[in-house]
Design a protein around this ligand. Structure first.
Ligand SMILES: [Zn+2]
Length: 85
């Protein structure tokens, strides 16, 4: 008997080298399946518990994925964060 685990694909944000990205998923990827991020970065699907998400530091949002995501939805650009030195 199947024990179905429902996953919200819009909440899937793959983490690569400390940055979380956005991707277009139509189904849950298989482990090892190539994935293309909105920003063009490529990776292969790997799964871990969300409890391990910050094991190597809290991931940062990929600014290019966010810019593309917002443009596609007609949303205003994210506020520019300027560093103060
Ligand atoms: Zn990205």
């Amino acid at each position: 008997m199947p024990a179905v685990i429902h996953v919200d694909l819009t909440a899937v944000h793959p983490v690569i080298d400390g940055f979380w990205h956005r991707t277009r998923l139509t189904a849950i990827p298989n482990p090892g399946q190539p994935l293309a991020m909105l920003c063009g970065l490529q990776g292969v699907a790997a799964f871990e518990s969300v409890a391990n998400r910050a094991a190597h530091g809290v991931p940062h949002q990929c600014p290019n994925c966010e810019r593309i995501y917002r443009q596609e939805r007609g949303m205003a650009p994210s506020p520019i964060r300027r560093s103060r030195s």
